[in-house]
Write a protein that binds this ligand. Sequence first.
Ligand code: PLP
Length: 347
Amino acid sequence: MFLKARHMHPIRHDFRSDTVTRPTPAMRAAMAEADVGDDVYGEDPSVNALQERVAAMLGKAAGLFVPSGTQSNLLALMSHCERGDEYIVGQMAHCYRWEAGGAAVLGSIQPQPIAHLADGTMALADIEAAIKSDDMHFARTRLIALENAFGGKALPMSYMEVVAALAHSKGLALHLDGARAFNASVALGVDIAQMVAPFDTVSICLSKGLGAPVGSVLVGARAQIDKARRLRKMLGGGMRQAGILAAGGLYALAHNIDRLAEDHARAKKLALGLDQFAELNVEMPDTNIIFVRTEPDLGERLVAYLGARGIAVGGLYGTQRWVTHLDIDEAAIEAALDAVAGFFARN
Ligand SMILES: *Cc1c(COP(=O)(O)O)cnc(C)c1O
């Protein structure tokens, strides 16, 4: 497994993902005090407040609180596409590659994956060539899905706008997997509502860099979100006194967005430090995720060496993933760089 710790050493600094953060005492207090009701009846005031808050921040009409980003993306795909329809998506996009084929399995929606360019975008000509004409031989292309931030990169506003123009000129909808949309917005210096304006639906994760324990929110037009709410019930995502979770999300939105810039600065510092070692091929991050490529055997040994010193890093086939987040401070960056230096002093 990519992210599962493969060692028995206690973890002191966990760089595997920004999902590993634990709620702070202040966030827990907000959760403990949350006003709650039955959200399947639409009666949980904290869930309603969260949904309205995210919709307003993102400039959309309505929002829906869901258990995970995976379910949020699936609801978006299923609310845009019927059985036998198709979505165009990046080959390495989370909602194609990392969601267990849910769109195909549960939505009967055919993915049309497209290769990424080196900068993480898809070539416009490739997207356009994949849009199928109205012909009974073809699945009906209905949707294009983008992801931003994507693999630590903040894809530029101009890219999102040009793909939106193409999608809408062909009568297709546009979805953003914005699990880390706030990271992208902070990195681009573009207000979140302006950043997601080109999209019909947007999914954001509260449980990544924002530091809440659970949950995602899908936003879009009211009719779209009503459809997604019905599908959420179908998929078993209707939760009851979910306001306890929503309160963690509201707390995260109020306190943990601006500070994402710190995570990005620490990621840059870490990346520059790792880049000092000739054996490490470091992708400079715009946001909080760094990918490092190494010769696979060396990478395995490095990850094991760090793990034995309480520094957990994601690793697979010669690619390591380092992620900065709320629980990674300056001392953690120093400790990590010292440990890497220690490894190379011996290897
Ligand atoms: C984490 C993630 C998701 C899915 O979120 P879960 O809550 O883990 O299901 C979707 N898209 C991207 C880009 C992610 O990083």
